[in-house]
Design a protein around this ligand. Structure first.
Ligand code: DON
Length: 561
């Protein structure tokens, strides 16, 4: 195992971001076609239209990003943020357009007088929203790499908003299941009540907002009429929000050095902090390889497989809770966390038979509804983009007059040390709330290359399930040699240190009675969770892309000639 970016630390990362990408490789090889794997068909159509008009993968990503803000309001967004991993002309890049805490945010802002978390406050209503990054992020990517005009890339989204789109069953189902907590606190129903299965759903206010952004660029969103509307929305609701005009005007998307490591002959290009995803993914991949002898002959998703992977995941989540946060605010020991010697030592602590005691799994260093799309173009460039409102439909707050939903990303901070967030994960000082800070994320947009050419583009929503899902699919493809579609279709499971010795199954593939019994005999509790990701991936064999969407969602894969 050879790891690149060995001297990778927060300051080194910043320096690398200023001087450009960390490494160069041969120019990407042309493909027989472009391709997109999108979480819905409208996002795929937008990419196809722009690729066919001569746009590259970045133009297509801008088109899909804006289209999903219209047709996938459960996670696609203008009012959220995300991460984009890119591979352009043979070089890796990473764009951080994560939301930031408003200037007026403070560590105790979601605690009551007794110091207990008020759970809904960081999840619903304007106070839950961080300063949105998506529009600036898409604009930055476009300024640096786009070939077509900004307005051309935005055209499909404007059309979907103006003329409407036919509402998929799953979207209406989410509307119904998620609207409850918004009632009385946020204006969700006023805007989305008409979004019913099979009907045409038009969003005229959103169309006008997109038109303004198409004309005025990202500056319009951050300093123009849209900014005024967003700030006005902060005052509406029982708990006013904190986002000010100055917060919006000062928002920056950041080019950071991607996290780059080598694994099984592939170069893995993935998300650095403020995501935990890249570090966690590399830890999972490397520790599993270190434990190869234990995994020898162990069948995919057998009780022993689930046990061994859970043992590794326990250790990953212990490190995540202790060390990871926004690298511009806390020193993240990134290089130490993916150091081969450190990981070999951690991997050796895996108990081959039974769950290690949860209290015994501590951070290891001695001292010192999100959505994803994947795109490749015929020139061999790739974009892996995960962006989010956090919860499904975010904070449930629509900016009145502008027609888009705001995020509840503030919940990704550690509201109080040790208090679990909505994904059940805990954190401490490294991820405490501070003005302008970015909350720790799990989003893991990832690109694998081989000999300088793109081999896989992959990512998923799922909160803390994100990197364990990406990990499982990569294992299915590269260790179990499954075709991509079969790799996505396999059941997934999840363990994250807390709750203690709990292994989660998913509704898509519930654990059989015998599997549950086998896990119980080993000391695990099994629990059903309602979601385990929605992978959108493209595998490239030779020069042929195979885009594939997760059978769990409403996504499509489309080859674009
Ligand atoms: O950044 C994160 O890790 C979370 N805000 C992602 C949320 C998510 O994946 C929701 N999707 N189910």
């Amino acid at each position: 195992m050879r790891l690149l970016s060995k001297s990778w630390t927060a300051p080194a990362l910043l320096a690398a971001a200023l001087i450009g990408p960390v490494q160069a490789a041969p120019r990407s090889a042309p493909l027989t076609a472009g391709a997109v794997a999108s979480p819905d068909r409208y996002g795929a159509q937008a990419a196809r239209e722009v690729l066919q008009a001569g746009g590259n993968a970045v133009d297509a990503a801008v088109a899909t990003g804006f289209a999903l803000a219209v047709t996938y309001p459960d996670a696609g967004n203008l009012g959220g943020g995300g991460f984009m991993t890119l591979y352009v002309d043979g070089k890796p890049y990473f764009l951080d357009y994560r939301e930031t805490a408003p200037a007026a945010a403070s560590a105790g802002m979601y605690l009551d007088a007794k110091g207990a978390p008020i759970v809904e406050r960081s999840l619903v209503g304007p106070l839950a929203a961080g300063v949105p990054g998506t529009v600036r992020g898409l604009a930055e990517a476009h300024r640096r790499f786009g070939r077509l005009s900004w307005a051309r890339d935005m055209a499909p989204a404007i059309r979907f908003a103006e003329q409407g789109f036919v509402v998929p069953l799953q979207l209406d189902a989410f509307r119904q299941s998620e609207r409850g907590p918004f009632i009385g606190v946020a204006n969700f129903d006023r805007y989305f009540d008409a979004m019913r299965t099979g009907r045409l759903f038009r969003q005229p206010e959103l169309a006008a907002t997109l038109q303004r952004i198409a004309k005025g660029g990202d500056a319009e969103f951050y300093t123009g009429k849209t900014a005024d509307l967003l700030v006005a929305q902060m005052a509406r609701g029982p708990h006013p929000g904190l986002i000010s005009r100055a917060d919006l005007a000062g928002y920056k998307a950041l080019w950071r050095a991607p996290l780059v490591g080598d694994w099984r002959g592939y170069r893995v290009i993935t998300a650095p902090p403020p995501s935990s995803g890249g570090i966690a993914l590399m830890q999972l991949l490397i520790m599993k390889q270190d434990d190869a002898a234990l995994f020898h002959g162990v069948a995919l998703n057998s009780p022993q497989y689930i046990h061994l992977v859970s043992e590794i995941e326990k250790r990953v989540f212990a490190d995540r809770a202790e060390y990871l946060g926004d690298p511009d605010f806390v020193k993240v020991p990134g290089a130490a966390l993916i150091d081969p010697t450190y990981l070999a030592k951690r991997a050796a602590q895996v108990d081959p038979v039974k769950p290690s005691a949860t209290t015994g799994v501590t951070p290891g260093l001695e001292k010192p509804q999100t959505t994803h799309f994947s795109i490749v173009d015929r020139w061999g460039n790739a974009v892996s983009n995960t962006y989010t409102l956090n919860g499904t439909f975010g904070a449930g707050v629509v900016v009145e007059g502008a027609g888009f939903l705001l995020n509840d990303e503030m919940d990704d901070f550690s509201v109080k040390p040790g208090a679990p967030n909505q994904f059940g994960v805990v954190g401490g000082a490294a991820n405490a709330i501070a003005p302008f800070k970015r909350p720790l994320s799990s989003m893991t947009p990832t690109i694998l290359t081989r000999d300088g050419h793109v081999a896989m583009v992959i990512g998923t929503p799922g909160g803390s399930r994100i990197f364990t899902s990406v990990f499982q699919v990569l294992e299915n493809v590269y260790d179990f040699n499954l075709p991509l579609a079969a790799a996505l279709a396999k059941p997934r499971f999840h363990h994250q240190l807390f709750p203690e010795n709990t292994v989660y199954s998913e509704p898509y593939a519930p654990f059989s009675k015998s599997l549950q019994d086998a896990l119980k005999r080993r000391g695990y509790r099994t629990e059903a969770q309602d979601f385990n990701g929605d992978i959108a991936a493209i595998e490239i064999n030779g020069q042929t892309p195979t885009p594939t969407a997760d059978p769990r969602g409403r996504g499509v894969g489309m080859v674009v000639k």
